[in-house]
Structure formats: structure tokens, C-alpha cells
Design a protein around this ligand. Structure first.
Ligand code: GZL
Length: 329
């Protein structure tokens, strides 16, 4: 709690300095940005509302903007890249002070990011990354290390399967096709399970990070894949959908078929505490305060780190039982 209030104070102080034209004006004569009263206007182009994680992320951004006195213009792209591009163009038209967004997929952003750069509007990537070769198109990327998340999931399975004889058949529920977390969580997991040749991914398909997507794909896997031992779902919501399909097929999730997911949102942690999920890798959605702090610095023309990695951990069922009541999301 202390960290949160400290960050909020820093953000508010920075904003106040910007408002009064204070801070270390290098005398470069360039306006530090912000309205005449110092209020920063941020255009935020959110991916959508596809998962519990996304809902928590949106809440964090909106609450942090309120606390930092940032005028937030917010859009929900319903997981469509063309909608995010339209929103970014509209923020450029409105001449906001800073643009932040979570790119639904990695590719296809250079043109619109060049338009923002030409309009001298700084861009902050939050949550997901872009694959643009030109890193001058954005000021910083604030978000998790998804490869590391996939590795943590795979490392747990290698350890959990150490005493298992014979093949361990894994089915994978991938996130949105082309999204950084889907690409990287797959890579990290495959790298980790290479340590044990008995661990095999026998089916892999996108469930688009949604509960319904996870359920539909898992139903198909159960029909066409005998002997599934493990589900690796790129987020809790698809894992929860898989649980519904597994139970409808008369099997016991967490026992007949082990489940590993990523996020650690409340519903996922509840299933973990109940033993229906076996291991969760946390992906922290509470990026709002760090985003507002970075935005204040960027608008004030201050240097910021090119990459800010969020802190996160992992949970077993026992650990979930201990922390469930105090979870923020
Ligand atoms: C990860 C984020 C992913 C979550 C999903 O940072 O982009 O998108 O893991 C969400 O739950 O839909």
C-alpha cells in the first residue's frame, strides 16, 4: 500500500510541477506539454473486455488516471486491430498529450505510430508489445515478460512430472493469434518442457483468451484426442472454460486432467484453491499507477526506461487459499 501511495504522490507531484511550468526546464523553449492548467490528456486504446485480466487492467488504468488528475480518453477495440488504429488516429486528431495502448497483436502498427510521431505525440506501450523494428515509435513498454511466464509454467510441469513414467500428453489453449502474450507464452513453455522428452504438446489451438473460446476448443480436444494428461492455457479464462468442458465429459479437472494457467485473476485463483487448476503463473494487470507516472515524465520531456517489467509470482493451490481473500483482482 505504501508503494502505491508513494507512486501516486510522485505522479501527482510531477503533474503539479508540469502544471506550474516547474521542474527542470532545460530552457529548450519547447512546451512540456499538458493543458494550460497542467492537466495531461491521455488517449488510451484498450484491447477489449475479453477476460477478467482485461477488466482488472481497465479498472487500474481508469482509477490511476483519476488519482493522478489525468484527463483520460478511453476506447475499447473489442479485440479488433482496426478499431485500435481508428482510436489512435482520433487521439492524434484531438491532439492529446500522450497516447497509451495495449496492441491486440504484435504487427501492423508502424504506419499509425509514425503518424503519432509526426504529430509529436509520445506513445507508451502497456501490457503487450509491438514488433516494429523502429523503437523510436514509442517511448517505453510497460508490461510482463511473457516468455518468462511461459517458462515458469513449463518448469512447474517438468518438476511435477518428474516421477511420472511414460508420455505426458499436453493440449495447449493459445491466446489471441499474433498477440505477444500468446507467441511468447508458447515459446517460454516449449523451451522449459524440452527438458523432459516425455512431455509432448499433442494439440494446440487458439481460444482467443476468452472463457467460451477455451470451452469450445477443449470440447473438440476431448472428442479427438485420447489420453489428455495436461491442459496449458495461456490465461485463466480459457482454463475456466476448459474446466467446464472437462466436467461435462465426466472427468475431474485438476486430477484426471491437470491444468496450468496464466493470470491469477479472482476466478482462476478460486478454481486453484478448489483444486480444479493445479498451478497459476501470475500476470499483473495493475499497471495504472506506473502508466500515469511514466506518462507524467514523458509529457514533461523527461527520459524514461525503454522497458519497465512488472513484478509477478506464481501460485499453488495452498498459496491460493492463503491469499484469495486479499487479492485486488
Ligand atoms: C497479458 C494480457 C492477456 C492476459 C489475458 O498481459 O495481454 O490478455 O493474459 C488478456 O487474460 O486477455
Amino acid at each position: 500500500m505504501f508503494r502505491k501511495s508513494l507512486v501516486a504522490v510522485v505522479a501527482a507531484t510531477t503533474l503539479a510541477l508540469t502544471a506550474c511550468g516547474g521542474g527542470s526546464d532545460s530552457g529548450g523553449g519547447s512546451d512540456a506539454g499538458g493543458a494550460s492548467d497542467g492537466t495531461i490528456t491521455m488517449g488510451f486504446a484498450q484491447v477489449g473486455a475479453e477476460s477478467g485480466w482485461r477488466t482488472a487492467n481497465t479498472k487500474s488504468v481508469q482509477e490511476a488516471a483519476e488519482a493522478a488528475g489525468v484527463d483520460l480518453k478511453f476506447s475499447d477495440a473489442q479485440q479488433k486491430q482496426e478499431n485500435q488504429i481508428k482510436a489512435i488516429r482520433s487521439y492524434i486528431q484531438q491532439q492529446v498529450d500522450v497516447i497509451a495502448f495495449s496492441p491486440v497483436v504484435e504487427s501492423g502498427w508502424d504506419t499509425v505510430l509514425k503518424e503519432a510521431k509526426d504529430a509529436e505525440i509520445p506513445v507508451i506501450l502497456t501490457d503487450r508489445a509491438v514488433d516494429s523494428a523502429d523503437t523510436s515509435l514509442y517511448k517505453t513498454f510497460l508490461g510482463s515478460d511473457f516468455i518468462e511466464e511461459g517458462k515458469k509454467a513449463g518448469d512447474w510441469l517438468v518438476e511435477d512430472s518428474a516421477s511420472t513414467e511414460g508420455p505426458v500428453n499436453i493440449v495447449e489453449l493459445q491466446g489471441t493469434t499474433g498477440a505477444a502474450p500468446a507467441i511468447d507464452r508458447k515459446e517460454g513453455f516449449e523451451t522449459a518442457i524440452a527438458a523432459d522428452p516425455d512431455l509432448k504438446i499433442v494439440q494446440s489451438q487458439t481460444g482467443d483468451f476468452t472463457r467460451s473460446g477455451g470451452k469450445q476448443v477443449m470440447e473438440a480436444f476431448l472428442k479427438n484426442t485420447p489420453d489428455i494428461d495436461v491442459v496449458y492455457a495461456h490465461n485463466d479464462d480459457m482454463g475456466l472454460g476448459a474446466i467446464e468442458a472437462i466436467e461435462a465429459a465426466g472427468k475431474v479437472p485438476g486430477k484426471d486432467i491437470k491444468i496450468i494457467t496464466v493470470d491469477a485473476v479472482k476466478d482462476g485463483m478460486t478454481a486453484l484453491a478448489d483444486g480444479k487448476i493445479n498451478f497459476i503463473v501470475e500476470c499483473n494487470p495493475l499497471l495504472g499507477e506506473q502508466l500515469m507516472d511514466l506518462a507524467a515524465k514523458v509529457v514533461a520531456g523527461e527520459e524514461v526506461p525503454a522497458r519497465v517489467v512488472t513484478e509477478e509470482t506464481t501460485f499453488t493451490p495452498e498459496q491460493a487459499k492463503e491469499v484469495l481473500a486479499s487479492r485486488e483482482y
